[in-house]
Design a protein around this ligand. Structure first.
Ligand SMILES: [Zn+2]
Length: 366
């Protein structure tokens, strides 16, 4: 292990103690695309102890021009899972979790909760707002980047320590916003910006006080803007907006919103009312996707327990069930269950519904 990280531990800003910090740290990358590819490769190589990857997409031939995690043999595989395998091959000493799901308002908090640092590798405006708001809710640092054509920007948003994405852009634009697919992007451009993003995530993994006592100055309250046509780059100072719609108020009151992509992943899930669910056939499997403490405080008799995060990460907790088994997914209020049920449908389960209103509507609590 000494050899593996020797080129970085020799740096006074890191050393063996800094390396220990990286080994203890966890980073969640949302989006394993043009930005996520270089960022993830460098973070895994640097020995970040736990890396999570969220991506529901599949690898397509048009991705290979910039998404350097993937090769021709990966066509049609899920990006999070394939990226996870690549990272494990690169560094078998780290833990890698793949979440083959779309980030939504319903699953954002549970996906992000277990990680120290969040890296935004998404390419839609709606996801960027959602990630910003979820990180503010949880008090987590968000390493932001966006890229369009030859222009890119990177910043670190962290509610307690500086401005957020909405201090820069208070609301999602009303009109149509181009993404990389429409506007075009050079692969090396995504590589540059993604590598900067990876470096910022590494600094946040070391911790702010470590950075400040070791001469490192992450991009909190500053936005690095690059125009690669001329290689002009600027550092803009960004202050907290006192009337920011989210970070100026109480974090607990922030309501997450799917924005333009509103609930597109859960629209096909059938809801079932508590009264009807009680009449279900005896072979119906009730799947409780709440956290352990909620399960322990009461659950539906005979139900199975598989917390949403685990279901999204593994899904194999249900391997013994036939794909046509009748399944009713439930949570406390009927929000997380939508995500869980939609995920089961994507895994090929054909008879899935979710309990409307959640466990609080269930009359007989065991
Ligand atoms: Zn703000």
């Amino acid at each position: 292990m000494t050899n593996r990280y020797a080129r970085q531990t020799v740096l006074p800003a890191l050393g063996a103690d800094g390396q220990d910090r990286l080994n203890q740290a966890s980073v969640l990358c949302v989006g394993a695309g043009g930005l996520g590819s270089p960022a993830l490769l460098y973070l895994a190589a640097a020995g970040i102890g736990r890396i999570g990857i969220v991506d529901h997409d599949r690898v397509e031939i048009s991705n290979l021009q910039r998404q350097i995690l993937f090769t021709e043999g990966d066509m049609a595989t899920n990006k999070a899972e394939t990226a996870g395998q690549k990272l494990s091959h690169l560094n078998s000493h780290i833990r890698v979790d793949a979440y083959p799901v779309r980030l939504t308002a319903a699953n954002a908090l549970s996906l992000l909760a277990a990680y120290d640092v969040i890296l935004d590798g998404t390419d839609t405006v709606a996801s960027k707002f959602l990630l910003n708001d979820a990180c503010l809710r949880l008090g987590k640092p968000l390493v932001h980047a966006s890229i369009l054509g030859f222009q890119g920007q990177v910043s670190v948003f962290w509610g307690r320590h500086g401005p957020c994405y909405r201090c820069l852009y208070p609301h999602p634009p009303k009109g149509y916003v181009l993404n990389c697919a429409e506007a075009g992007v050079i692969g090396a451009m995504a590589g540059m910006v993604g590598a900067v993003q990876g470096l910022q995530a590494l600094m946040m993994a070391l911790g702010l006080s470590w950075c400040h006592s070791h001469g490192l100055d992450p991009l909190l309250g500053r936005v690095w803007v690059l125009d690669a046509r001329s290689m002009n780059s600027r550092l803009l100072t960004l202050g907290k907006n006192p009337s920011c719609p989210v970070c100026a108020g109480d974090a607990a009151s922030i309501v997450l919103d799917d924005g333009n992509d509103a609930a597109c992943q859960s629209r096909d899930v059938q809801g079932i009312a508590a009264d009807d669910a009680q009449q279900c056939s005896p072979d119906t499997v009730f799947l409780d996707v709440r956290e352990l403490h909620e399960w322990r405080s009461g659950h539906i008799t005979g139900a199975r327990h598989l917390p949403l995060g685990q279901l999204l990460a593994e899904g194999e907790g249900l391997d013994d069930l036939p794909q046509n088994a009748p399944i009713v997914v439930y949570c406390q209020h009927g929000i997380r269950s939508l995500t869980g049920a939609a995920h089961l449908q994507r895994l090929g389960y054909t008879n899935v519904s979710h309990l409307e209103g959640g466990f609080v509507r269930w009359p007989q609590r065991a």
